[in-house]
Design a protein around this ligand. Structure first.
Ligand SMILES: *Cc1c(COP(=O)(O)O)cnc(C)c1O
Length: 378
């Protein structure tokens, strides 16, 4: 890795020079909707299509993922739906991992179904299931590795090899790992998706998404779909995203360290029956962690002894964790899960599942706070 490709330098400086004016250390925000033809040299026309402030965020994400291009979107779901609609049409089929992000399951169950696009769900860790699900209509394999509730991983190289043999595209949601901990393009993935709302933005102050790829005809297709659907990111959001990205390496380092410490701090509590976490001592796919991940982030799910109401009441006593549905920000959060939110092996009777996002607070404070809440469960 040369200096230019180093993630710290990408986040701090890459492409800033292209957009700085008057020596401004931070490139300005181009909020304008249109660019006049007065200056003949402008590559821009209308901000639904392209915008310099949006391009800066896109260039940084491209370099971080090791791709050839990135397009940013008004949300992670806008990125996902645009990518899928750029590839699939009526009659096509998708192979998708079980326990994939719930928003994508919703898109499949309603909109894609209405358009006549069928989805086959397979176990993320069983490469043979991908192979067996291939039909002549399958166009796309949709991965999320690890998944973001129970953290099932997929053998990316193995699945990408199968995809190449059958001329299928592979799309992967890399929101959990971020390019700091996993670069799916290295292993053969065609399109990498992020909900930039989570770690990429990192401050819980924006909603955004991205699609990164290598193939230039796919770039054209994705840009065309974004333009026609009109789900472009606003320059204001893109500017905030770039600001968030500047601290991505250092934030992820801290989330990683704190996530690991938190796991070790609570794993032996008598009211914790299991922890779903790729960094866990008893994680079942350690070989895949070794092969693909440089870090295990700060998001984990706990099986806590006690029924839903008792666990919920105990967690309400937390001082530093708020109850909320997102993750990846500076703040610690937890969310209660229902048994039908996801499928996992070895359902535990009498337990309730809770997902925890470890923020940037002092980790010993977080461990103490969570331990005293766990002690509250009778
Ligand atoms: C949040 C999330 C999304 C959707 O992103 P939005 O920005 O909320 O549209 C997609 N995938 C994963 C893994 C997520 O956590």
């Amino acid at each position: 890795m040369n200096d230019k490709n180093c993630e710290n330098n990408i986040c701090a400086h890459l492409a800033d020079e292209d957009y700085r004016v008057y020596g401004s250390i931070v490139p300005p925000m181009f909020l304008n909707s249109l660019f006049t033809r007065k200056s003949n040299d402008t590559p821009y026309s209308y901000s639904r299509v392209t915008n310099p402030t949006v391009e800066l965020a896109e260039k940084k994400i491209t370099a971080l993922e090791g791709g050839a291009w990135t397009k940013c979107f008004a949300s992670g779901m806008a990125a996902i739906s645009t990518a899928v609609l750029s590839i699939c049409k009526t009659g096509d089929e998708i192979i998708c991992v079980k326990n994939v992000y719930s928003g994508f399951q919703g898109l499949c169950a309603i909109q894609l179904k209405n358009f006549g696009i069928t989805v086959h769900y397979v176990n993320a860790g069983c490469t043979d299931e991908f192979k067996n699900a291939i039909t002549s209509n399958v166009k796309l394999i949709y991965l999320e590795s690890p998944t973001s509730l129970v953290f099932d991983m997929t053998d990316l190289s193995a699945v990408c090899n199968i995809a190449k043999e059958h001329d299928l595209l592979v799309l992967m949601d890399n929101t959990w790992a971020t390019p700091m901990f996993q670069k799916p393009i290295e292993f053969g993935v065609d399109l990498v998706i992020h909900s930039c709302t989570k770690y990429m933005g990192g401050h819980s102050d924006l909603i955004a998404g991205s699609v990164t790829g290598t193939d230039l005809s796919l770039e054209k297709a994705v840009l065309n779909t974004r333009t026609n659907l009109g789900c472009s990111i606003s320059p204001h959001t893109a500017w905030l995203l770039t600001r968030g990205l500047r601290t991505l390496p250092i934030r992820m380092k801290q989330h990683q360290e704190s996530g690991m410490k938190f796991y070790h701090g609570i794993k032996n509590h008598p009211n914790v029956s299991h922890v779903f976490f790729p960094g866990a001592d008893d994680y079942q796919q350690k070989d895949l962690v070794q092969k693909y991940l440089k870090g295990t982030s700060g998001l984990l799910s706990l099986m806590i002894r006690g029924d839903y109401d008792r666990v919920h009441a105990a967690l309400k006593t937390l001082e530093y964790f708020e109850e909320g549905c997102s993750w990846g920000g500076f703040e610690s959060l937890y969310i209660m899960l229902n048994a039908n939110d996801c499928q996992w092996n070895g359902k535990k009777e009498g337990c309730t599942m809770v997902r925890v996002s470890i923020g940037l607070e002092e980790v010993d404070t977080l461990i103490n706070d969570f331990t005293s809440a766990l002690n509250h469960i009778l």
